[in-house]
Write a protein that binds this ligand. Structure first.
Ligand code: SAM
Length: 345
């Protein structure tokens, strides 16, 4: 009892400020790594509160840098915090935090894109997918060029229930360029609606929980930042493989201002495009004159189910890629052109 109370009321002792840590360890932001730091601990506390109750939680922080968010997570009385940082310059500063929070902070000098979190926390934390989310959280303020590919990889992990989701429906609280945060959460009919909206929302409950002005970061980025919270759904709203959903959604948004049949048609070889696009849309009961942004997740579910049926009937269909056909046609035309020239035509 005494131990659990001690665990749930932990506070870090007085420490140098983040600004002082930056000075002390000469941690000037590296432009080529798109580093922008948060120095205001009231703001990092606010971001961390958006992750929910972290008492006794196991938290994976990606890209801790000089440790602002790291401090707020430790002060939220977590059981353990594991941080993965790519830039070795930050390790001594993080080590100082680890000394101030004995047994709570594990530091890995590594890359979040390859680190295997599924092996890092105790097995006993695992929950059945349909249960409440496990007490495992991911939190991070990564550079924008890493957070977008990473969320796509993690959404694929959600659909396969592996990687960080081997523990169950692990929740994530991550920062993005504000525009990307808006795309992730855009509803049907919104001008921000995109491929990312559908892929994220069919797998997770996605909430844009906070906007942080660019001026809160040092150095100041060009844009404001959106904090997005993800909770994987017990049942994906589209029950087809990730790759297939991605393919249908990506094609649908190919021509985002045109009617949806234009982009969806690109799923089929040119010779049968008209007929098979008609069959897809009719089978899915989707109006061909809707714009891609007007398609709901239920529309996409019907389209994916119908496309899957068509792929089962024609085993070559899924491998079809209209860009390759375009390239081949271009080469063919150039060859024909070459033949004409060599015959002096
Ligand atoms: N979290 C800190 C904050 O909010 O002040 C730092 C944020 S800074 C935008 C991003 C951090 O992620 C940097 O410390 C950078 O070195 C780190 N980082 C970038 N790419 C990474 C990767 N692939 N794996 C791990 N860390 C990475």
């Amino acid at each position: 009892m005494a131990a659990s109370r001690a665990r749930s009321t932990f506070r870090l002792p007085p420490l140098p400020t983040i600004r002082e840590i930056i000075k002390l360890f000469r941690l000037q932001a590296a432009k080529q790594l798109s580093q922008n730091f948060l120095l205001d601990l009231r703001l990092t506390d606010k971001i961390v509160r958006k992750a929910g109750n972290l008492t006794n939680a196991y938290v994976y922080e990606v890209g801790p840098g000089p440790g602002g968010i790291t401090r707020s997570i430790l002060n939220a009385s977590v059981a353990e915090l594991l941080v993965v940082e790519k830039d070795s310059r930050f390790i001594p500063g993080l080590q100082m935090l680890s000394d101030a929070a004995p047994g709570k902070l594990r530091i890995v000098h590594g890359d979040v894109l390859t680190f295997k979190i599924e092996k890092a926390f105790p097995e006993c934390l695992k929950r059945q997918w349909e249960d409440d989310p496990p007490n495992v959280h991911i939190i991070g303020n990564l550079p924008f060029n890493v957070s977008t590919p990473l969320i796509i990889k993690w959404l694929e992990n959600v659909s396969q229930r592996d990687g960080p989701f081997a523990y169950g429906r692990t929740q994530m609280t991550l920062t993005f360029q504000k525009e990307v945060a808006e795309r992730l959460t855009a509803g049907t009919g919104s001008s921000q609606r995109s491929r990312l909206s559908v892929v994220a929302q069919h797998l997770c409950q996605v909430q844009h929980v906070l906007t942080v002005p660019g001026r809160a970061f040092v150095p100041k980025p060009q844009v404001d930042v959106g904090v997005v919270h993800f909770t994987p759904l017990t049942q994906p709203r589209i029950q087809q493989p990730f790759e297939l959903v991605e393919k249908v959604v990506q094609n649908a948004f190919q021509f985002r201002r045109k009617y949806c049949h234009r982009g969806l048609g690109m799923l089929f070889p040119e010779a049968q495009r008209l007929e098979r696009t008609g069959k897809l849309l009719e089978g899915a009961d989707v109006d061909p004159t809707l714009r891609p942004t007007q398609l709901s997740v239920s529309h996409f579910r019907s389209l994916c189910d119908m496309y899957r049926k068509m792929c089962d009937e024609d085993p070559h269909l899924f491998a079809y890629n209209f860009r390759e056909e375009l390239k081949k046609n271009k080469c063919g035309n150039q060859e024909k052109e070459g033949d004409r020239e060599s015959y002096g035509l």
